[in-house]
Design a protein around this ligand. Structure first.
Ligand code: ATP
Ligand code: MG
Length: 460
């Protein structure tokens, strides 16, 4: 009998979810950080090249006879085309005059610094990065500023950024997948000490209440300490109950036997019929109490032992022969013949004391509910993986309408008036059979009178 264990949540799942969530957040952050760094770097490098190009152009400017002289250097434009195939626009102004280039190219708003000045704007329907730089040239009396504006579209940069974004996304995904695999391994390894402990406890035999000695991780020490202390208390309490059962049996049965002997002696002494009748009643009541006490203690013993079932190989033929021998004197008193019929080898695994108790109870019934001078057969047989112990008597038979009810505690048939009993015999036999993975079948003989009761156990 094991109580249902309620489970809520899973440590492994919780660990996995937390690790995966952490990994997802980190992967997304990684993606955005890489993307923003790449954008910053690309913008800086474009600005540097634009600044270098504009200053190379400015370096070639000079004034001769009040006219601006300009030789657009090839290097300036090749520098710009190196990074991408973006389009380049330029405009040169001298003082207030437009000299060459794209006259409608906007000029970057200048602040107080020495420049160059940068801006991002739209030109000819394209986003452009634009730079303006100045140089003062002596022209006549007043120096005039030559101003060069260079603009470059950002398509190449956008393509580069797209590529970098895709790489960052792939990197983030790869990172996430690797962390997921690591998380799985980490969850499995952190749960493994719990699984090892579970296996070592569940592999134990029913009577093995030794403390867990194998080393466990630090965090599990309180749990294992509590388990060990629980097993220790359980062991003590089991020992106490075992002692109590034995002690109680002794204490109840012995005084009852003494009282019975005394009552019998008194019975023989008294002469008045009415006194003899009351003593007979008294003896009967003592017998009933004695039987009930004995059966209740047997039942308690069965309940106790089925909780900690022993696993011994039991030869059912030997067990049956021994039980027939034991009950022989009791059967003889009523001139009942006990016949053992062995139909081949039959053995099972279990607790000998329990099996003896179950068999004694069904044989006891057969004897009790049979007429004097009849025959009871005990058959040991086997079929389909089960071994059977069947008692067959020629007695009053079972009240078959409510046969199953007779297996419950204190249930007695209506057909047993006058026969001493407590209604626990079949309960004991049924509990023993079920504890061993078998069953108890009660029926009446198909041919002739009497009951046919079978204890079945799995074959070894
Ligand atoms: N072989 C049998 N023949 C006829 N009736 C039986 C037989 N075995 C059991 N019964 C019926 O089943 C009932 C329950 O049997 P069970 O052994 O549990 O109790 P009991 O024999 O009355 O008391 P005890 O606990 O002292 O054995 C009996 O009272 C009887 O009516
Ligand atoms: Mg009985």
């Amino acid at each position: 009998m094991s109580a249902e264990v309620h489970s809520r949540g899973s440590i492994r799942r919780r660990l996995m979810v937390q690790l995966l969530l952490g990994a997802a957040v980190l992967a997304i952050a990684l993606f955005f950080i890489v993307q923003s760094l790449a954008r910053q770097l690309a913008e800086e490098s474009q600005d540097n090249i634009l600044a270098a190009a504009v200053s190379a152009i400015l370096d070639t400017t000079s004034v001769r006879d009040g006219e601006i002289q300009l030789d657009l250097p090839y290097s300036a434009f090749s520098m710009l085309s190196n990074i991408s195939n973006d389009r380049v626009f330029y405009a040169v102004r001298f003082g207030d005059d437009f000299v060459t280039g794209y006259s409608d190219l906007p000029v970057v708003t200048k602040d107080d610094s020495f420049g160059p000045w940068f801006d991002t704007t739209t030109y000819q329907d394209d986003e452009v990065r634009i730079v303006t730089a100045q140089r003062r040239l002596a022209s006549g009396e007043t120096p005039l500023a030559v101003e060069v504006t260079l603009a470059q579209t950002r398509d190449g940069q956008r393509d580069q950024l797209m590529w970098i974004s895709q790489s960052a996304a792939a990197l983030g995904t790869g990172f996430f997948v690797s962390v997921a695999v690591l998380a799985l391994l980490a969850a499995r390894s952190s749960i493994s000490p719990i699984l090892r402990l579970t296996q070592s406890v569940s592999r134990r035999g029913p009577k093995d209440l030794r403390p867990v000695a194998a080393p466990v991780p630090h965090e599990m020490v309180p749990l294992v300490a509590a388990l060990n202390s629980f097993m220790d208390r359980l062991k003590n309490s089991l020992t106490r109950s075992e002692e109590f059962i034995a002690d109680a049996a002794h204490r109840v049965r012995t005084p009852l036997a003494t009282v019975r002997t005394q009552a019998e002696i008194t019975y023989r002494r008294v002469e008045k019929d009415e006194n003899r009748a009351s003593i007979r009643e008294m003896i009967r009541a003592i017998d009933e109490s004695s039987r009930a006490a004995g059966q209740m203690l047997d039942h308690a013993m069965v309940t106790f032992r089925t909780d900690h079932l022993e696993q011994q190989a039991i030869d059912l033929n030997a067990l049956a022969a021994e039980m027939i021998d034991r009950l022989h004197p009791m059967a003889e008193l009523r001139e009942i013949e006990l016949v053992l019929e062995q139909q081949g080898a039959a053995s099972t695994i279990g607790d000998t004391i329990l099996l003896q108790s179950a068999l004694r109870n069904i044989l006891d019934n057969a004897i009790k509910y049979s007429p004097a001078d009849s025959v009871i057969t005990l058959i040991v047989s086997q079929d389909a993986g089960m071994a059977h112990l069947t008692t067959s008597d020629r007695g009053i038979g079972l009240p078959i309408d409510d046969a199953e009810r007779l297996k419950s505690r204190f249930a007695r048939g209506a057909n047993v008036e006058g026969v001493i009993g407590s209604g626990l015999g079949l309960t004991i036999a049924d509990e023993v059979a079920r504890a061993h993975g078998g069953y108890l079948t009660i029926a009446n003989n198909s041919k002739g009178p009497g009951a046919c009761v079978t204890l079945s156990f799995p074959l070894q």
